[in-house]
Design a protein around this ligand. Structure first.
Ligand code: HEC
Ligand code: HEC
Ligand code: HEC
Ligand code: HEC
Ligand code: HEC
Length: 448
């Protein structure tokens, strides 16, 4: 008995103790199914014509093939697993959400997208319509239960199809259904994706407005070509990759504390930001990649432009929320095998602008965009659902300012991926294009 206990202790002590947490919740399902148990999206297309045309255009259909996914998965996650075996199994987990059928078939790492394998189906019709519950109490890390076969779960009762059986599922209409893949815990037990949890804490959960209502709105149409017209759940899944979804998601308004100002006075401009449209924080989801920032300028009567830095509020960790000439992402040197990598520009935006983000930190406390390598989180300075934030820009008018009208402009910018990271990794421009979420202006009169 004693030797057994000592033996167990030795194993526990010798085992790599990098992680505080058991492997991802859905990990045990890897290799439990075969590709052939799942139908191809093309099989559904012949009858569900319109829904197919929507889905194929959505990020769901591109969850494995999209250029940035390919780069992050193969060049960072898989590469990381190759240089540090602790991360090899962690890299398999990516597929549990991005290409579930490859994961369930145990085909990991799957062939590259260029090889046109079934992994390319991404988040497909048949995976989503065979999910009917999740394991445990909290949906996260692909802990969905999928039972492939003749039964397709859907929102409506008693529908008849020549190709399959249908079964009404209340689960499909709930936010928890989405949470299986839209909540993610890192191996260190840190919530690195929490769209569903943010929603749950917010006003929309209380009002009974699930994800589906905003991301799969219903409209009159046919859910199958031979069906009667009815209100049909749309399958475009528009999110941060959809300019029309993103535009205006935060409302902006600003006002000065003085309207008439002497040329040597100080004026304080207040900018109000309201998250009026999103059911969760903005940004949400891939928070480690995203950057949203507020840029304020003043233009005097002669057209000279000044850039106004934001007033500091003094909260802990605020330095990560103000554009700076700072380096970060040194841990990219691990998968890229660059010894003593000095890092990249953290923000790549004008210095002094307010940033709405939550920084992620690697085990050495350096800011990271490798969410699976995240050991802690910094200050959460994002804008919650229906939350209002106010930023102040106090400005000492320059001596040489032109007399007359001064116009202030506030622009709220957004990038899916921080530009210096995109450039370094060779991610196509579209992922780091500057997108204007909103803008507004106000003015003062300067007199002598
Ligand atoms: C041969 C035609 C055909 C094919 C192929 C087909 N379906 Fe259907 N499906 C139908 C019809 C018809 C209905 C019922 C539509 C109605 O009455 O509103 C239906 C209904 C559904 C529903 C709604 C169930 C509900 O309870 O709300 C789902 C989900 C569904 N199909 C999924 C799929 C998936 C996934 C595939 C591919 C794996 C597929 N179907 C392939 C014809 C087809
Ligand atoms: C009240 C409407 C509403 C609800 C409810 C809602 N969303 Fe959103 N969602 C939006 C809007 C608007 C955006 C675009 C702004 C943005 O990207 O943050 C968005 C963006 C997203 C994004 C992209 C986020 C990013 O920054 O990359 C994801 C993923 C997402 N939603 C998933 C969900 C999930 C999952 C739920 C339920 C748990 C949900 N949404 C509930 C409105 C909603
Ligand atoms: C990310 C998961 C997901 C994917 C991928 C997906 N669906 Fe759905 N589908 C849903 C959900 C959730 C609903 C129910 C939404 C609701 O009613 O709130 C639904 C509803 C449906 C319905 C019933 C629509 C209605 O309102 O009558 C059909 C039919 C359907 N899906 C077919 C398909 C087909 C075909 C594909 C692939 C081309 C597909 N789905 C891809 C999750 C998905
Ligand atoms: C099986 C896993 C899975 C399920 C279930 C799932 N999603 Fe997703 N979803 C993903 C993945 C993976 C992506 C990212 C695709 C990419 O960009 O690579 C995504 C992307 C999205 C986007 C696009 C975000 C953007 O940046 O444009 C929206 C919106 C979204 N999902 C909403 C939902 C909603 C609503 C549900 C529930 C009805 C849901 N998802 C269920 C895996 C899933
Ligand atoms: C628990 C499910 C889950 C796991 C595990 C997961 N992802 Fe994702 N991933 C998502 C969802 C959902 C999104 C979309 C979030 C959004 O739109 O903001 C996403 C977005 C992404 C994106 C960003 C695409 C874009 O929207 O710009 C990349 C790249 C990515 N994942 C790669 C990975 C890699 C690599 C791994 C493994 C280390 C991984 N993911 C693990 C669910 C997951």
């Amino acid at each position: 008995m004693r030797t057994l206990i000592i033996g167990i202790m030795a194993i526990v002590l010798l085992a790599p103790v990098a992680f505080t947490q058991e492997l991802p919740a859905g990990e045990e399902a890897m290799g439990s199914k075969e590709y052939d148990q799942y139908e191809k999206p093309e099989a559904c297309k012949s009858c569900h014509v319109d829904i197919y045309q929507q889905w194929i255009q959505s990020m769901m259909a591109q969850a494995y093939t999209h250029h940035w996914d390919e780069i992050e998965y193969f060049d960072l996650a898989v590469a990381h697993g190759k240089v540090d075996e602790d991360y090899w199994e962690v890299s398999h987990g990516c597929n549990g959400c991005h290409t579930p059928i490859a994961f369930l078939a145990g085909d990991v790492p799957p062939p590259r997208p260029g090889e046109n394998s079934r992994a390319n189906e991404g988040v497909s019709c048949d995976i989503c319509h065979t999910i009917n519950s999740f394991r445990g109490d909290v949906p996260f890390n692909f802990n969905y239960v999928s039972e492939p076969g003749r039964v397709k779960y859907g929102p409506k009762p008693g529908l008849v199809s020549p190709h399959h059986e249908t079964r009404e599922s209340d689960f499909m209409k709930q936010a928890e259904y989405c949470g299986d893949c839209h909540n993610e815990k890192s191996p260190f037990g840190v919530w690195v994706k929490s769209t569903h949890l943010e929603w749950k804490e917010g006003p929309y959960a209380e009002e009974g407005v699930p994800c589906q209502e905003c991301h799969m709105p219903k409209a009159m149409g046919k859910n199958a070509k031979m069906a009667e017209e009815s209100m049909v759940a749309q399958h475009l899944f528009h999110g941060a990759h959809s300019p029309s979804k993103l535009r205006g998601v935060i409302e902006l308004r600003m006002h000065p504390d003085l309207r008439e100002v002497e040329y040597d006075e100080v004026v304080a401009i207040k900018v109000q930001l309201v998250n009026a449209k999103a059911g969760h924080k903005v940004p949400s989801g891939s928070v480690e990649d995203r950057i949203m920032w507020l840029h304020v300028t003043a233009t005097d009567a002669e057209g000279k432009e000044y850039h106004l830095p934001v007033d500091k509020k003094g909260f802990e960790g605020e330095e990560y929320t103000i554009g700076a000439d700072a380096l970060a992402y040194q841990d990219l040197g691990i998968p890229k095998q660059i010894p003593d990598f000095e890092g990249l520009q953290r923000d790549g935006i004008p210095i002094g602008d307010r940033i709405f983000r939550m920084p992620y930190f690697d085990p050495e406390g350096r800011m990271t965009m490798m969410q699976w390598y995240t050991k802690s989180l910094g200050v959460d300075y994002r804008i919650g659902p229906r939350e209002t934030k106010i930023e102040t820009f106090t400005w000492q008018l320059p001596d040489d300012i032109a007399i007359g009208k001064v116009t202030f402009k506030a622009v709220l910018n957004y990038q899916l991926l921080v530009k210096p990271v995109a450039d370094f990794l060779g991610v196509p421009e579209e992922e780091s294009e500057i997108f204007v979420i909103n803008e507004t202006s106000t003015w003062i009169e300067v007199y002598e």
